[in-house]
Design a protein around this ligand. Structure first.
Ligand code: CP
Length: 334
């Protein structure tokens, strides 16, 4: 049994086959591959795309999806091993995972970090505890990484560019009024280096570097795939010659859990917003973002409405790649 917690746990060939299956499912969206199968979708945080694409995808494949929001329409869950459960949570992940494994063929979880202590959050303990107690495959719907988004991003680039190896991919930090999760940024570095792209991380200053585990993984991926990985704080140097600009905002890890101190830093960097002037420095680059996106904050209207913006293609591909993922995990990928 294989889980899908991080793309790093999967081989590049396996990911490639999954994307090929997604292409086939995009051509023929309604199939009976998962008739009688089911997935439990547990959301600890809001969602538009992830929820809709998983629910619809399972239905198009002949199965059923059950959505649960612990603490809202389902009992609150305790994830810590050995916890004395005298707080709000009514049941433990050991039973939640055990029960859902008896009912369903797959369990998916969205559990954002708690934004209090990065040393704790970086361990990704919540989804790991689900995987430990589940007896069916577990899918990560975003924790400190967002592997389903990675698949959709890579599928979109393959559709628009073909072979992405050697193309310049810029992950740019962009402005947002709040310090957000680093998950999509971690994931973008991971998948782009995995497929041999020349990846540049553009962020305003060293405080916005990503966690060492992801930068190290990006370097190792690049070495193996023949790509490259570099970091810059120079906007023009990053945009010059880019083939892909991928934007995301995230909080500075040295100020994790201290939004006031983080604000003092981030408020200087509104000019990192992606706009037409910056895009004009590129090699006619594609632009994308995982969405949701605040217009004229993270990217200008002009960028979002341009032909080179493929954010909607990427959102659509969430549906196709996740269908391929569910088929692969359940042995219906032949
Ligand atoms: N990109 C993404 O995961 O969107 P949602 O938060 O709407 O699911």
């Amino acid at each position: 049994m294989q889980h899908f917690l991080s793309t790093q746990d999967w081989g590049t060939g396996q990911l490639g086959r999954l994307l090929d299956l997604a292409t086939e499912l995009k051509r023929n969206p309604v199939q009976d591959r998962l008739r009688g199968k089911s997935i439990a979708l547990m959301f600890l945080n809001p969602s538009l795309r992830t929820r809709t694409s998983f629910e619809l995808g399972m239905q198009q494949l002949g199965g059923i999806a059950i959505v649960l929001q612990p603490g809202k329409d389902a009992w609150g869950v305790e994830f810590k091993p050995g916890a004395v459960m005298d707080g709000d949570a009514e049941e433990h992940i050991a039973e939640v995972a055990g029960v859902l494994s008896r009912y369903c063929d797959l369990i998916a979880l969205r559990a954002f970090p708690l934004f209090q202590d990065w040393q704790t959050d970086r361990e990704d303990a919540v989804i790991r505890s689900l995987a430990q107690h589940a007896s069916v495959p577990v899918i990560n719907m975003e924790t400190i990484v967002h592997p389903c988004q990675e698949l959709a991003l890579m599928q979109t680039l393959r559709e628009h560019i073909g072979d992405v190896a050697g193309r310049k991919f810029v992950l740019t930090w962009t402005w947002h009024p709040r310090p957000l999760n680093t998950a999509v940024a971690n994931s973008a570095l991971t998948i782009a280096t995995r497929f041999g792209m020349d990846v540049t991380l553009l962020c305003p200053e060293p405080a916005y570097r990503l966690d060492e585990q992801f930068e190290t993984a990006a370097r190792a991926n690049a070495e193996e795939s023949g790509g490259s990985f570099s970091i810059t704080h120079d906007i023009e140097a990053a945009y010059r010659g880019a083939d892909v600009v991928y934007a995301k905002s995230w909080g500075a890890l040295p100020h994790y859990g201290d939004p006031k101190a983080e604000w003092a830093l981030r408020s200087r960097y509104r000019h990192f917003m992606v706009d037409e002037e910056k895009m004009s420095m590129t090699n006619n680059a594609l632009f994308s973002h995982c969405l949701p996106l605040r217009r004229n904050v993270k990217a200008s209207d002009g960028v979002m409405d341009a032909d080179y913006c493929v954010a909607l293609d990427e959102a659509e591909n969430r549906l196709h790649v996740q269908k391929a993922l569910m088929c692969t995990l359940l042995g219906a990928d032949g």
